[in-house]
Design a protein around this ligand. Structure first.
Ligand code: PHE
Length: 366
């Protein structure tokens, strides 16, 4: 059956296939969204599509035409599938780009107009703590950050070479030719340290003020520590000192409990654990309920329900004597803790270094 008739028939069929192919490619190119593209699918690939219908007519074709027409039809179908898949990819990528554009937020954006600053979190915390203690009848005392060995250690019952000095990794100041501190207290160059705690302020207060004494000493302290999530070489402490007649350990426990609930809220309380400090006897460390789990036990408190806050104890008689106070007549207690750590706990911050990198996005939260 290889006549002019069948040749003409094949040519028409091939032309139809080609038309369906071009038509399909145009429909794919015209789709401007994934939804549009989905609508073209039945027209391209289904039984009712142009190519599908041509294929259905194949049954009545002479065998020798069927092979040629079949190949052309398969190629056309393959071409449409490839074009369709490529268009689907392109449209999906474009949709994603549009969505990202729409959802884009510039977190470093600064609002127009002058920006108002505010106090640093450590300063805010210090002021809050001062308020709490002033409310309990305490005064606020300050002292120098560079201290002689006498104030930082010796007067606190820590003579030279006392093994407990290793409790504080100390930074010594090289004063060169100068051997005197501004306030007249002599100090050899190697004798002057950056204070490792605020306890020397206790000594300074007791030297000049006769009891009764109710004071707190907030301030910056220094230790030879490498910065990590819970240590900084410079941080802040708040020390409390009470000297009066008849002061007992119960007064210490009560004061700490009162401060804890005033600062953290009534759901948080404190406890004392025996410990050692050269300047207090007996000494204790004080813990508070973990502020994350409120004592139930969680990762932050290593499932104990408690977090260590600071040290405390009854002022050692040697310390009172060093300051000219009669320990037969007066007794007292002292306590000290880290202000930065306290702020960390209260606000659920997990890295101390964040406090000092001064990223405005962090600071603005407080
Ligand atoms: N000064 C101590 C420290 O820095 C804390 C402390 C203060 C302990 C007062 C007892 C009494 O570790």
């Amino acid at each position: 059956m290889n006549g002019p008739d069948s040749d003409a028939g094949l040519q028409t069929l091939l032309a139809d296939i080609d038309a369906a192919r071009s038509h399909g490619l145009a429909a794919i190119a015209a789709a401007s969204s994934i939804e549009d593209l989905a609508h073209t699918e039945s027209g391209l690939f289904g039984r009712k599509s142009a190519l599908g219908q041509i294929k259905q007519g194949f049954g009545s074709l002479p065998v020798e035409m069927r092979a040629t027409a079949g190949r052309a039809l398969n190629e056309a179908q393959q071409e449409l599938r490839t074009a369709h898949a490529a268009a689907a990819d392109d449209l999906a990528a474009a949709a994603r780009r549009t969505q990202l554009q729409r959802e884009w937020l510039d977190l470093t954006e600064t609002p127009p107009g002058p920006r108002r600053g505010h106090l640093h979190l450590v300063t805010q915390t210090t002021e809050r703590l001062e308020d709490v203690f002033v409310g309990m009848g305490f005064t606020v005392s300050e002292g120098p950050q560079a201290e002689t060995d006498w104030y930082n250690f010796e007067a606190l019952n820590l003579p030279a070479a006392h093994p407990a000095r290793s409790m504080w990794d100390t930074l010594y100041l090289d004063l060169g030719e100068r051997t005197e501190l501004g306030d007249g207290e002599g100090g050899e160059a190697s004798n002057v340290v950056l204070r490792t705690h605020t306890s020397p302020v206790q000594i300074r207060v007791m030297e000049v003020q006769p009891p009764p004494i109710y004071t707190i000493c907030p301030g910056r302290v220094f230790r030879r520590d490498t910065a990590d999530a819970s240590h900084m070489p410079v941080f802040h402490q708040l020390e409390g000192l009470v000297v009066d007649r008849g002061i007992s350990f119960a007064d210490l426990a009560g004061t700490l409990e009162e401060f804890t609930s005033a600062y953290f809220g009534r759901s948080i309380s404190s406890r004392l654990r025996p410990s050692y400090f050269p300047f207090t006897e007996p000494s204790a460390e004080f813990d508070i309920n973990c502020v994350i789990c409120e004592g139930a036990g969680c990762q932050t408190c290593q499932r104990t329900g408690w977090i260590e806050l600071g040290g405390c104890g009854m002022v050692h008689p040697n310390v009172l004597t060093n300051c000219g106070i009669d320990f037969e007549e007066w007794t007292g207690f002292a306590f000290g803790f880290g202000i930065d750590r306290l702020a960390l706990m209260r606000h659920g911050i997990d890295d101390l270094r964040d406090m000092y990198t001064n990223d405005i996005r962090f600071l603005n939260q407080f």
